[in-house]
Design a protein around this ligand. Structure first.
Ligand code: FE2
Ligand code: FE2
Length: 277
């Protein structure tokens, strides 16, 4: 999958992390949830280029298709996934998650596009043509996976990933799926939904946190001073270049030192910069 559909591969791992954590928080089977997430979108491998996470930037294969044709292709990843899972003899519990992770959700992007384009005299866009076939999630784990799947995709598209915005999106997505009836057939309680939401936010904040720039440590300052000294002696620009390369990385440090070392016989090597950040 990482070769054929790299975006889907990464998405599946992220959904697995979200679902595992939320299932653990409500006492559901967290290991099963993670494993099931690895397989939930295997059907996308068949037409991988039609799924947004695998499309090269600037390319949209749906641009030349009608909204209903696009919806058909998107929906087909469920059927293709079930077939592939059966072919490879995956356990029935895992196969069940493949259709249930989508439930009977509406593919709203293409439905709205069809609504915009419809000619009311000839053809009215029918919502049923733009919904997944189901069934809806039948277990708590399937319910969590449906939510994790939606939320991973929604937060990935965000420009603002501040904690407040992440919380808002998680809350909206849970409410939207609840109101749409996607969680009607699984046994998640309102209390569970609250705990699941909190767990998702905690994981998402860990994934999308902003790093603060580290102040230079003593070794770093020593390296900078040595580079500066060489620059003073030779009138070059390596020190300026070095100072612009933040946050500090071992590569930038060793490159700068390499350049400086070549230009001076007085400079003694200094150990690598901060690593493992
Ligand atoms: Fe999917
Ligand atoms: Fe997915």
């Amino acid at each position: 999958m990482i070769v054929q559909a790299p975006g889907t591969y990464h998405h599946s791992h992220m959904v697995g992390t979200l679902a595992e954590s939320a299932c653990a928080a409500i006492g559901a089977d967290s290991l099963f949830a993670r494993v099931a997430c690895y397989f939930h979108d295997i059907g996308k491998m068949k037409k991988s280029g039609y799924f947004i996470e695998n499309m090269p930037i600037g390319e949209d294969r749906h641009a030349i298709l009608s909204p209903s044709m696009s919806a058909l292709i998107i929906v087909s990843h469920v059927k293709d996934g079930i077939e592939l899972a059966k072919e490879h003899k995956l356990p029935q519990k895992i196969i069940d998650i493949i259709p249930q992770h989508q439930g009977t959700k509406l593919i709203s992007y293409f439905f709205n596009k069809a609504k915009e384009n419809e000619n009311k005299d000839l053809h009215v866009a029918d919502e049923r043509e733009f919904r997944y076939p189901g069934p809806k999630p039948q277990t708590r784990e399937a319910g969590v996976i449906l939510l994790a799947d939606t939320i991973e995709a929604a937060t990935r598209a965000l420009k603002d990933r501040s904690p407040a915005r992440l919380e808002e999106v998680v809350r909206n997505m849970i409410n939207k799926n609840f109101i749409d009836g996607q969680l009607d057939e699984c046994e998640l309680t309102l209390k569970d939904l609250h705990v699941i939401g909190k767990s998702f936010v905690r994981i998402l904040m860990g994934i999308y946190h902003k790093r603060i720039e580290y102040p230079p440590d003593a070794q770093e300052l020593q390296a900078r001073a040595q580079v500066q000294r060489v620059e003073d002696e030779n009138g070059g620009s390596n020190a300026d270049k070095y100072n612009q390369q933040t946050p500090i990385s071992s590569e930038s440090l060793s490159d700068s030192l390499k350049g400086a070392k070549n230009s001076s016989k007085h400079l003694r090597p200094v150990g690598g910069g901060k690593s493992g950040n």
